[in-house]
Design a protein around this ligand. Structure first.
Ligand SMILES: [Zn+2]
Length: 112
């Protein structure tokens, strides 16, 4: 979401310069070329941001079917862990043991 906001901000600046150069082209006709470049850059950036918008990061753990079958156990105290308590930290799905507080990464191939 922050990236999209930056994208909108930068494209707004680019379009602002495009308008500025378009107005300035009254005095120097070559500036219309710069204006067109800014216009294209601005709209291209808007297009990229708009296209990327639907693929925003969803805080949802995609648990592979393999893990759902196996029981997840804490590698520290071997207590069984509830997969529904898992959280996404820095893009890595993790689960915190409610008994000992050990945080384990949920990987496709469980090491425990
Ligand atoms: Zn534990």
């Amino acid at each position: 979401m922050i990236k999209a906001l930056i994208g909108y901000g930068v494209s707004a600046v680019l379009l602002f310069f495009a308008v500025l150069f378009a107005l300035a082209s009254v005095y120097a006709p070559m500036r219309i070329v710069v204006s067109v470049i800014f216009f294209f850059a601005g709209f291209f950036l808007l297009y990229i941001v708009w296209k990327r918008q639907p693929t925003k990061i969803v805080q949802k753990v995609e648990v592979p079917g393999k893990i759902e079958v196996h029981e997840i156990k804490c590698p520290n105290c071997s207590a069984s862990l509830d997969i529904r308590r898992s959280q996404v930290t820095n893009g890595i799905p993790t689960i915190k043991c409610p008994y000992c507080g050990h945080i384990s990464e949920i990987t496709e191939e469980p090491k425990w």
